[in-house]
Ligand binder design. Structure first.
Ligand SMILES: Cc1cc2nc3c(=O)[nH]c(=O)nc-3n(C[C@H](O)[C@H](O)[C@H](O)COP(=O)(O)OP(=O)(O)OC[C@H]3O[C@@H](n4cnc5c(N)ncnc54)[C@H](O)[C@@H]3O)c2cc1C
Length: 405
């Protein structure tokens, strides 16, 4: 059955997230955009952190213990509405402010990674903490299988020793944990890549740089050095076995959770720009009737309809990817489709809104210029738009990496 009605839980999350986004996030959006790094944290959101990360699904998530290599049921069923709840909640919060949303303690991309692949015991240990995710290195971003960071087991102490450098880690400075991707044996390629939970303050871990960014400036983005960084054996997420099949797929499962979330963020920012632009144009006397024939529409009316259609198409893809988290189906293809479409639509919509509003769209008097800057990241991190297209093509055509690069 195809059902486009939001489940009651998701409706509640949407309403709650919208209230906070409108009442709080909007009011502090410019403050944290203007003074990147001046504030150690976004103090105004601390009090609501638990509630909001729960709304995004970061605090909850699948409860069933999972085995690596499971096929259809490799994602345990979340309570009906939590996958959809996560994406509708994220859209609303990003509508308020995407950077502030990313700064909510407990709602980092690492939290989604922990939800996706951790055991129950690990979820109990790490679940409530603010977790960043560190994949990208100076040598590689899109091709995550090329990472050079290593993890070696010290059999005497039963600890992993991590060495390497991670860059562009969202919440890398403010988080409590970092989920680090590292190789157990670089000669074994992708199969040897695993993710490890590194707690802040672990010996050998150091934040070395904070980025100055185009957008999402309320959120910190850090470089992290790992020099003989020791962590307990039990901090590996998933199995330590290097299996030719399934190992890398295990860590890639993280993206099934995070890509719909990022797509939803793009939607939220773009919708903010669209809502605002429409409102301003209506004040100037424009109207947007839906029943006007194409030949009777002016350029602005047509542009507005095109933008709305684009966002709605992206939203449906995003809801589908989110709802598959609820049903337990593997959603890798759908998550990539959602992110590819929403990342691109978000970029185009916000740029068009700035254009339609003229010089005031470019001015800091309004937030539209900020939304244009903020939205772009959703087409970059968690796999760029081009990489999503590559994944989609490979999956549909049944081609391997060697055949379609
Ligand atoms: C603000 C910010 C926050 C970030 N947060 C995180 C984080 O929390 N954790 C983390 O691990 N990383 C993070 N990143 C890194 C981000 O995920 C990478 O920048 C992204 O994956 C792209 O990798 P890259 O920068 O190495 O680009 P490259 O891989 O060098 O790609 C450069 C360009 O080439 C294109 N390209 C590459 N390969 C192909 C191909 N085969 N076909 C077609 N086009 C291709 C890409 O789409 C891109 O446009 C963040 C980045 C930014 C800017």
């Amino acid at each position: 059955m195809i059902d486009f009605e939001l489940p009651p839980g998701a409706k509640m999350v949407k309403k709650m997230a919208h209230g906070v986004a409108e009442g709080l996030f909007r009011s502090i959006a410019r403050k944290y955009d203007s003074y990147e790094h001046e504030h150690e944290e976004v103090v105004e959101i601390k009090a609501i952190a638990g509630m909001m990360s729960g709304a995004m699904g970061a605090g909850g998530g699948p409860k069933k213990k999972k085995e690596e290599g499971d096929k259809k049921d490799d994602k345990a069923k979340a309570p009906r509405g939590m996958g959809v709840g996560m994406v509708v909640g994220a859209e609303e919060m990003a509508w308020g402010d995407c950077g502030v949303m990313l700064a909510i303690p407990g709602s980092g991309l690492g939290n989604a990674a922990i939800n996706a692949v951790a055991t129950d015991e690990q979820k109990a240990r790490f679940g409530g903490k603010y977790a960043a995710m560190a994949i990208t290195e100076p040598c590689c971003g899109s091709d995550s299988s090329a990472i050079r960071c290593t993890a070696v087991l010290d059999k005497k102490t039963n600890e992993w020793i991590l060495n390497g450098e991670k860059i562009f880690v969202t919440a890398g400075e403010r988080c409590q944990l970092v989920v680090v991707w590292a190789s157990l044996d670089r000669s074994k390629g992708r199969a040897a890549i695993k993710s490890f939970v590194v707690e802040k303050g672990a010996p050998g871990m150091k934040v070395t740089k904070l980025e100055e960014k185009l957008g999402i400036r309320a959120s910190d983005t850090a470089s992290i050095a790992l020099e003989d960084c020791r962590i307990p054996y039990t901090n590996i997420l998933g199995s330590a076995e290097i299996a030719p099949e399934g190992g890398f797929k295990g860590v890639m499962k993280t993206f099934d959770n995070t890509r719909p979330l990022v797509a939803a963020m793009a939607l939220g920012v773009a919708r903010a720009a669209l809502d605002f632009t429409k409102e301003q144009l209506e004040k100037e006397g424009y109207s947007f009737p839906y029943d006007l024939g194409l030949h009777k529409m002016n350029a602005v009316q047509k542009a507005m309809l095109e933008m709305e259609t684009n966002l709605e198409a992206a939203r449906l893809l995003t809801w589908r990817a989110g709802s598959m988290l609820d049903t337990g189906e593997r959603n890798s293809l759908e998550a990539s489709m959602a992110k590819a479409k929403a990342g691109r639509a978000g970029t185009l919509v916000t740029q068009k809104c700035v254009e339609l509003l003229g010089p005031l769209g470019y001015s800091q008097d309004w937030l539209v210029e900020k939304w244009m800057r903020d939205v772009k990241i959703n087409d970059i991190y968690e796999g760029t738009g081009q990489i999503q297209m590559l994944i989609i093509a490979r999956t549909i055509l049944g081609f391997g990496r060697e055949k379609l690069k």
